[in-house]
Design a protein around this ligand. Structure first.
Ligand code: GLN
Length: 199
């Protein structure tokens, strides 16, 4: 997983609990041999800056272009999207999932909250139908999705409309919340099941 900033340690623990090897990616050399990349939550503007200064942005973009699977959570979802709304003008994103996402979309009143999501894709993958406890921290939501993007869960935004917060596009998975902060490993399991295949 990308270890530049944010909740990388918890993602590492989840990946290792599921019997996979996790590599802390901080420099381009660390990308050698990886099958997939988790981009954790944190602050997308800072991660974007660190991706540039570490020389990681272009090699990661190259690997995505070759079909590497990505799992982006919160700030990671922002970085994997096509368009950032309410972003900083100089922040970059990889554009691998055809989404327009709005940063800090839930506003000040509900900067952090938890909600139980019912996610049919988990049951379809044989991972059970119990709700998934989703932790949102200054989270983005999705304003619009492209044709090839599957919406797996939605949450009501401050204006009353429901917005996608969990999406899949081929082997890529993006979540506006933090699945690494709860003991439920099913979304990591879902992504690892698909990692390595062509998006
Ligand atoms: N608000 C942060 C951003 O815009 C994301 C928050 C998070 O990752 N928990 O990058």
């Amino acid at each position: 997983m990308l270890g530049l900033q944010g909740a990388a340690v918890e993602h590492r623990a989840a990946v290792e609990k599921l019997g996979h090897v996790a590599v802390d990616v901080r420099r381009p050399a660390h990308l050698a041999g990886i099958d997939g990349l988790i981009i954790p939550g944190g602050e997308s503007t800072t991660i974007s800056m660190l991706l540039e200064s570490s020389g990681l942005f272009d090699p990661v973009a190259g690997l995505f272009a070759e079909g590497m699977a990505g799992f982006g959570t919160c700030a990671g979802m922002i970085l994997m999207s096509r368009e950032i709304l309410d972003g900083r003008p100089d922040q970059r994103c990889f554009g691998v999932v055809d989404l327009a996402v709005r940063r800090n979309a839930f506003g000040r009143q509900s900067e952090s909250f938890e909600v139980d999501l019912s996610i049919d894709a988990l049951a379809e993958a044989g991972l059970g139908s119990e709700p998934f406890r989703a932790v949102f921290i200054r989270a983005p939501y999705v304003e619009s999705v492209g044709e090839r993007v599957e919406v797996l869960a939605r949450v009501e935004g401050p204006q009353g409309a429901f917005h996608p917060v969990l999406c899949r596009a081929g082997a890529h998975l993006v979540a506006a919340f933090h699945p690494e902060l709860t003991p439920d490993l099913r979304l990591h399991r879902l992504w690892l099941g698909g990692a390595g295949t062509q998006p």
